[in-house]
Design a binder for this molecule. Structure first.
Ligand SMILES: C[S@@+](CC[C@H](N)C(=O)[O-])C[C@H]1O[C@@H](n2cnc3c(N)ncnc32)[C@H](O)[C@@H]1O
Length: 177
């Protein structure tokens, strides 16, 4: 399995977890950008988990990433990724408030509904960080996938394969055309 992330620190965490799980020798970790992945190999599965595509700021970047994923796939290969689209209730409930997400880790979401951006701040014992995320509606993901040369096979509402019924989370299974 080849793993790509632009953060060497995140890859170090990945390597540590792989050692703990006894699968380190099966991993090949590479620092790089998901829009231009440092991968010459062709594979049957590309997965971009845990909403990483929300780091892409506009359709041009989304298309670049989806086309790059397609380039890595053998014909008929699959792209699997998850994203979210916040509900109005979630925005109203969380906007501008520090909320404890895990013991010792607080999170604050500042939503901009017009721009469809989320400024997410996280603070814990080891430090604090702020990042920006950009979301789009599921229909947009559907058309971007088509434009990038994918056929959507499934869109689930969660990792347990429950059907997508318009909730916040969507898990996409797409096949390279
Ligand atoms: C929510 S984390 C998911 C991390 C990891 N893939 C996982 O499944 O646990 C999003 C990751 O995307 C990475 N990232 C953000 N923009 C990126 C880009 N343009 N190219 C590659 N990685 C990127 C961040 O460094 C971060 O590790």
């Amino acid at each position: 399995m080849i793993g790509v992330d632009s953060s060497a620190g995140m890859l170090a965490v990945c390597a540590q977890r792989a050692r703990e799980a006894g699968v380190a020798e099966r991993l090949d970790l590479r620092v790089g950008d998901l829009r231009r992945p440092p991968v010459d190999e062709r594979v049957s599965l590309v997965t971009c988990p845990f909403r990483s595509y929300l780091h892409l700021r506009d359709d041009a970047e989304r298309l670049e990433a989806l086309r790059a994923a397609r380039e890595l796939l053998r014909p008929g290969g699959r792209l699997v990724f998850d994203v979210f689209t916040p509900s109005r209730e979630d925005i109203e409930e969380t906007h501008g408030r520090w909320i404890e997400r895990e013991p010792g880790i607080d999170e604050r979401a500042d939503w901009n509904l017009a721009a469809q951006t989320l400024t997410l701040s996280v603070r814990g014992r080891e430090g604090a960080s702020t990042m920006m995320l950009w979301w789009v509606q599921p229909a947009r993901w559907h058309s971007l996938l088509a434009e990038a040369g994918f056929e959507v096979l499934e869109c689930f509402g969660w990792f347990d394969r429950r059907p997508f019924t318009g909730g916040e989370d969507s898990v996409w299974i797409a096949r390279r055309k």
